[in-house]
Design a protein around this ligand. Sequence first.
Ligand SMILES: [Zn+2]
Length: 244
Amino acid sequence: MTYKTLGIVLKKMPYGEKQSIVFVFTPDYGKIKIIVDKKKVKNRFRVEELELFSEYIFLLKKGRNFDKCIESDVFCSYSKIIENYDQILCAEYFLEIIYMITPFFIPDKNIYNLLKKIFLALSMGMGKEIIPTVLMNLIKILGLKPSLKLCSKCGFNANFKGGYLDFHDGIFTCHECGKNNISSFFISAKLLSFLNSLDNYKVSVLKKNYSKMIFLEAELFLRKYLMFNLGISSELKSAKLLIS
Ligand SMILES: [Zn+2]
C-alpha cells in the first residue's frame, strides 16, 4: 500500500551502504521513520538528496519495519537558510528539539505549522533572537504554559522583584514569598519581565529593548522547563553551538 504525505526532514542517518534512515515530521502521521535508497551513480552510491529545511511531498510504501520512500518532491523550499551559518544553527536547533519532544505517530499540526513558521522567519533573515518566542509558543502548544504574572501566594505582580517557578507544577511565587518547592528555579526580575513580554511584543521590539544576555538566559530557562516537563534528560547538542 502506498500513501502520500507532506513532511519535513528532522534527522537522517546512514543505513548500510545503500540506504539511509530519515526521520520525518508530518502533519497527519506525526513523526515517522522512513527508509530511502541511495542512488547509484557511476558504480558508486550517492545519498538521495533529501535536504534539511525543505517541506516535501512524499510517496511512501507501507513496510513491516519502516515505510519506504518511493518518491520525494520539494513542496516548499526554505533554501535561503543555508546562506547564513547562524540561521543554519538555529534551524538545526529547532529540528533537534522537535525530534526530541515529539513521539512517533502522534500528529500535531500546531507543531508542524510552528516549524514552517520558524523556517520562514529564518529564511527571511531573522536569527537566534526568535528562539525565546518560539520556545514559549511550543510550551503553550503543549499546554505547559506557566503563569508568571502574579505570585500564587500573595497575588502581587512580581515583575519588579523576580521570583521562583516550580518546574514541577508550574506554580510561580514572588521573591518575598520564597520558593514553593525544591523544584523551584529562580527567575531574576529582568528575565521575568522579558518572559512576560514574549506574548505581547514582536521579536524586533524585544531585540531593541533587551540585551543578548537575556535572550540566552531565556533560551536556557525555557528549554530546561520544557525538557523537565517532558521528562527528557538528554543534552541538546545544537544548543552548545548556538551559544559559542
Ligand atoms: Zn508573593
